[in-house]
Design a protein around this ligand. Structure first.
Ligand code: PLP
Ligand code: TYF
Length: 401
C-alpha cells in the first residue's frame, strides 16, 4: 500500500522558518513568515490579550466545556459587527449568518465548502496572481477549480487594475471572486477606493460572488474601520457575499486558531437556512471550534476599555511596521541602491513585495543569512532598528552585483 503515493513537498513558508531556526549565524534575519515581531525580534503578546487572559483565568465559573457547534454566540455577533460595522444594514435586517472557525484558514475552507455545496460547483474561484500560498489548495480541496486574475504589475510594483478588471470580465458569469479585504498577501498592494468601485461594477455586471478574505483588519492602517472599507462598501451596494476573518495577526492569537465566517444574504429566511447548513458542515469536520481564543476576543470586543486598549495595541504594531518601511526606504536611497523603492512605502500591511529576483533572494539567504520567500516578499515585522542597516546593505549589495 501507498508505494506509489507521491511525496509532497514541504510548505515553503514553514520550511523557511525551519531552515532559519537551524542557522547559527548571529545576524540571521527571518523575513519569511507573516508573524508580528517586536523591535527585539520577539513574538508580542498584546498587553490587552494578557489582561483578558487574567480575567479568564480568575473567573470562578471557568470550565472547559464544548462550545456550541457554530462557536461562542457573542463572539460571532461581535465579529460580524467588527467587520460589517455596528450600523450595518445587513445586521439590522437579520440577514447575516455566522460561524466561529479554525482561524482564517478554517473560514476560507468552510466558505468554499459551503459555496461548493449550495451555490454552484461549475464555476471557478478567481484568485489573484499572486495570492496567499494556501488559497489554491484550500479551494482545490473542496473540488472547485481556481483561475487566476491579473493583479500585480511588476513594472510598477503596484496594481494592474486594467488587467484585474479584464480578468473579471473574461471569467464565466457567476464565478466566485476571492478578494483580499485589505493588506494583500503577498504583495502589500491594495486597490484604492476608486479602484474598488470599478471592481464592484464589474463583479455586479458579471454576477460574480464576492468572497472576502480579511486576515489583517486593523493591522494594515491601524484603523479597524478603514481596513473594513471595501467589505462595507460591497454590502452597501447590496451584494450577497461572504467574509472570512482571522484574529491571528490583529490579536496575535496565531496558535489559538480564532476566526469567523460571516455570510451576508438577501433576507432573514435565507440567513437562517445558510447558518443551519454551515453548522451541519462544521459538525462533520470539527464538531465545535476551540474556545480559548474566542473567549479572549469576545471579552475585548465587548468591553469599551479593553476595546480602546486593543486599538492602541493595533496602532503600536501597524506604526512600527510603517516606521520600518520608511527607514528601509531612506536607507536604500541613502545607499544609492539602483532602482526605484517608493513601493516599499506605498505598499501596506505585513508584507512588502520588494521586486528582488529569485537569484538575488538566493544570495540573501546563502551569503547574508536573510530568509525570505523566492518571490521577493519580505515580512516587514521581521525588521527592527537593530537589523535594518544590515538588511539594507545586503539588498544594496545583491542589487548591484
Ligand atoms: N488569509 C490570508 C490572506 C492570510 O495572509 C492569512 C494568514 O497569513 C490567513 C488567511 C489565515 O491565517 P490563519 O488561519 O492563521 O488565521
Ligand atoms: O506568511 C504567510 O503568508 C503565511 C503564514 O495558519 C501562515 O502563509 C502560517 C500559518 C497559518 C497562516 C499563515
Amino acid at each position: 500500500l501507498f508505494q506509489n503515493t507521491p511525496l509532497a513537498g514541504p510548505d515553503k513558508i514553514f520550511h523557511l522558518t525551519a531552515v532559519y531556526a537551524s542557522d547559527e549565524f548571529p545576524q540571521k534575519i527571518n523575513l519569511g513568515v507573516g508573524a508580528y515581531r517586536d523591535n527585539d525580534g520577539k513574538p508580542w503578546v498584546l498587553p490587552v490579550v494578557k489582561k483578558a487572559e487574567d480575567i479568564l483565568i480568575n473567573d470562578p465559573n471557568r470550565n472547559h466545556e464544548y462550545l456550541p457547534i457554530t462557536g461562542l454566540p457573542t463572539f460571532r455577533a461581535a465579529s460580524a459587527k467588527l467587520i460589517l460595522g455596528a450600523d450595518s444594514p445587513a445586521i439590522k435586517e437579520n440577514r447575516v449568518s455566522t460561524c466561529q472557525t479554525i482561524s482564517g484558514t478554517g473560514a476560507n475552507h468552510l466558505g468554499v465548502l459551503f459555496l461548493s455545496r449550495f451555490y454552484r460547483n461549475d464555476v471557478p474561484v478567481l484568485i489573484s496572481k499572486p495570492t496567499w500560498i494556501n488559497h489554491r489548495d484550500i479551494v482545490n480541496n473542496v473540488g472547485l477549480e481556481v483561475r487566476e486574475y491579473a493583479y500585480y504589475d511588476p513594472k510598477t510594483n503596484g496594481l494592474d487594475i486594467d488587467g484585474f478588471l479584464k480578468s473579471l470580465n473574461d471569467a464565466p458569469n457567476g464565478s466566485i471572486a476571492l478578494l483580499h479585504a485589505c493588506a494583500h498577501n503577498p504583495t502589500g498592494v491594495d486597490p484604492s477606493q476608486e479602484q474598488w468601485r470599478k471592481i464592484a461594477d464589474v463583479i455586479a455586471a458579471k454576477g460574480h460572488y464576492p468572497f472576502f478574505d480579511c486576515a489583517y483588519q486593523g493591522f494594515a492602517s491601524g484603523d479597524l474601520d478603514r481596513d473594513a472599507w471595501a467589505v462595507r462598501y460591497f454590502v452597501e451596494r447590496g451584494f450577497e457575499l461572504l467574509v472570512c476573518q482571522s484574529y491571528s495577526k490583529n490579536f496575535g492569537l496565531y496558535g489559538q486558531r480564532t476566526g469567523c465566517l460571516t455570510v451576508v444574504s438577501k433576507n432573514a429566511d435565507a440567513a437562517v437556512k445558510i447558518e443551519s447548513q454551515i453548522a451541519k458542515l462544521q459538525r462533520a469536520e470539527v464538531s465545535n471550534p476551540p474556545a480559548y481564543g474566542a473567549r479572549i476576543v469576545n471579552l475585548v470586543l465587548h468591553d469599551p476599555k479593553l476595546y480602546a486598549e486593543w486599538n492602541d495595541n493595533l496602532r503600536t504594531m501597524s506604526s512600527r511596521i510603517m516606521d520600518m518601511r520608511k527607514q528601509l526606504y531612506d536607507k536604500l536611497i541613502e545607499l544609492g541602491t539602483p532602482g526605484t523603492w517608493n513601493h516599499i512605502i506605498d505598499q501596506i500591511g505585513m508584507f512588502s513585495f520588494t521586486g528582488l529576483k529569485p537569484s538575488q533572494v538566493q544570495v540573501l539567504i546563502q551569503k547574508y543569512h536573510i530568509y525570505l520567500t523566492d518571490n521577493g516578499r519580505i515580512s516587514m515585522a521581521g525588521l527592527s532598528t537593530k537589523n535594518i542597516d544590515y538588511f539594507a546593505k545586503a539588498v544594496n549589495d545583491v542589487v548591484r552585483n
